[in-house]
Design a protein. Structure first.
Length: 83
């Protein structure tokens, strides 16, 4: 299967988007271990029919889009002003 790396990469991206979409933005940054465990299970199950065993998944960095960062900054500023 020569497209295995591409297929796994696409699967990982899809699963990451799905799992991160279930979390609040703040929880996303602190939930790397839980996300990795969930991703490992779902990716290993999905690749099993291909004869591939996934044994480790690590999320190294989560970089939100500029719009999300701007929104977070506004939220933090509003919370500081409240206090």
């Amino acid at each position: 299967m020569h497209n295995l790396p591409i297929a796994i990469s696409n699967l990982v991206r899809t699963q990451i988007r799905s799992e991160i979409g279930k979390l609040t933005l703040e929880a996303t940054f602190s939930a790397r271990e839980a996300l990795s465990a969930t991703l490992l299970q779902s990716i290993d199950e999905a690749t099993d029919p291909w004869g591939v065993r996934v044994t480790h998944v690590e999320i190294q960095e989560i970089t939100p889009r500029a719009e999300i960062l701007a929104s977070m900054e506004k939220q933090l500023a509003a919370e500081r002003e409240k206090r």
